[in-house]
Design a protein around this ligand. Structure first.
Ligand code: EPZ
Length: 429
């Protein structure tokens, strides 16, 4: 299994191109199941999760063509996928595929909406606490699906098709909102999703569905209204930039020092995180090409942060912020409210000499003046990248083991960081 070796201490200077958002690309690819025409997606990141989803969709009979590079294309440009679900040959998503990536469970929505049946294995994914699908099932039941669970599989049937309904989520759920939104596009009548997730990736998927002929209003607000249509058609859509990748590199610069242009980043997608970085002592400048992040000489100030659904501080940047705070001058407090148990990075950060104590959902980080490189590993992709951030500022060598999770969510991480001066390399095998 590949590893990443980092020798800490170098400042970061240069430009990092921001890739398309993994968490938009995955549901967008899944949305292609809603139509028998071709959906063309531009700026799809080259990630292990995208490749895995291609296999999962292939299992349903979906044909995916990845367009090659043209002369003049930027080397970091994402790929263009032509996805055609002309004929769905199988409405079952098997355990051996779904268990590798939680988001693949979401195929249940377009399959039940278009084919009126779906059999999908209960999901797996990152080890970040129990991640149930009860709210996804509740949403599909509201739309008229009959659901049973047998042998680890969710079996959904809607012989006459789905029917519009009001779905009120008791808590904000990104997965629940994606599933309700996709399923409702082909339901008969009007669906209202209340307490919907407002994440930019939901808006991106809704924008694409509208291009495909769906009638949706209110995406990006807590109430989304969908008028069902009889069929959807093909469309072309560009995946929005990855706000979590943007925030991750911004924190890497704040940690290592220096000045980096995050090219293609959109500040409004992560304002809460940028505000926290400014409070921590980084200088953030918005320009025509994205965001410039700098920390030249000044120390890192401690912060108190609680994760929250969008537009709050994202749980997917919690581990990276914690890594940064290990070097702050004073005590920081980070409270995780979205996922219980999303603290696997705490014991790994301790290997660098970080001082972190946990009390329920809150971590207290007492900043130290020095971190020392160490062998580390993590089983969640955001936790893994937090170890890279710590390593950039640690004395000596860090070996990040089991980087499979990094490859799931960060496109060419070591190339992007080494182009800015980091001493980082992938060791194969
Ligand atoms: C999405 O996960 C993201 N994944 C996660 O990113 C992200 O951390 C999360 O949203 C929150 O922003 C993708 O987009 C592929 P939820 P999701 O449904 O949709 C509970 C990453 O690192 N819940 O909003 O699965 C759940 O347990 C990943 O890229 C139920 O109780 O998250 C959690 O506490 C990790 N029942 C809360 O809701 C349900 O049926 C929010 O989960 C569904 C969720």
């Amino acid at each position: 299994m590949d590893r990443i070796r980092i020798i800490g201490g170098n400042e970061l200077r240069g430009t990092i191109p921001i890739s398309g958002a993994k968490n938009a690309a995955l549901p967008l690819m899944i949305a292609a199941l809603l139509t028998d025409e071709t959906l063309i997606l531009d700026n799809v990141p080259r990630l292990a999760d995208v490749a895995l989803l291609q296999r999962i969709l292939g299992n349903h009979g979906v044909d995916i063509m990845s367009a090659g590079k043209r002369p003049g294309d930027h080397e970091y440009q994402g790929q263009t996928l032509h996805i055609s679900a002309k004929t769905i040959v199988d409405t079952t998503a098997p355990y051996d595929l779904v268990s590798k990536m939680r988001a693949s469970f979401w195929v249940i929505a377009p399959l039940i909406a278009r084919m009126h049946e779906a059999t999908v294995s209960l999901p797996g994914g990152c080890a970040i606490g129990t991640r149930p699908v009860d709210l996804l099932i509740m949403a599909l039941e509201k739309l008229g699906a009959e659901i049973s669970i047998d042998g680890g599989y969710v079996i959904a049937k809607a012989p006459g098709g789905l029917k519009g309904a009001t779905i009120e989520f008791p808590k904000v759920t990104v997965s629940g909102t994606h599933v309700a939104l996709m399923a409702a596009t082909l339901a008969k009548g009007t669906t209202i999703i209340d307490n919907a997730a407002c994440e930019p990736e939901i808006v991106d998927v809704a924008d694409c569905l509208v291009k495909m002929g769906a009638k949706i209003s209110g995406a990006g607000t807590p109430r989304i209204t969908i008028e069902g249509v009889a069929r959807l058609h093909g469309a072309r859509h560009t995946v929005l930039p990855d706000r979590i990748e943007t925030g991750t590199y911004a924190m890497a610069v704040a940690m290592a020092g220096g000045e980096v242009q995050l090219s293609g980043a959109r500040p409004e997608l992560l304002q809460a995180a940028l505000d926290v970085l400014t409070e921590a002592g980084a200088t953030i400048t918005v320009n025509n090409d994205g965001i410039k992040v700098a920390r030249n000489g000044a120390g890192i100030s401690p912060v108190t942060v609680t994760t929250a659904p969008f537009p709050g501080f994202p749980t997917d940047l919690q581990a990276q912020l914690m890594a940064l705070m290990t070097r702050a001058k004073g005590a920081s407090h980070i409270t995780e409210t979205i996922f219980e148990n999303r603290f696997m990075h705490v014991q790994e950060l301790a290997r660098f000499g970080a001082k972190i104590s946990l009390d329920g959902e809150t971590a207290t980080i007492d900043g130290v003046s020095k971190l020392r490189g160490a062998p580390v590993m993590a089983t969640d992709l955001r936790a893994s990248v937090s170890l890279v951030i710590a390593a950039l500022a640690a004395e000596g060598e860090t070996m990040v083991n089991r980087i499979y999770h990094l490859d799931r969510g960060f496109e060419r991480l070591e190339e992007k960081l080494s182009a800015c001066g980091a001493n980082i390399e992938r060791i194969s095998g």
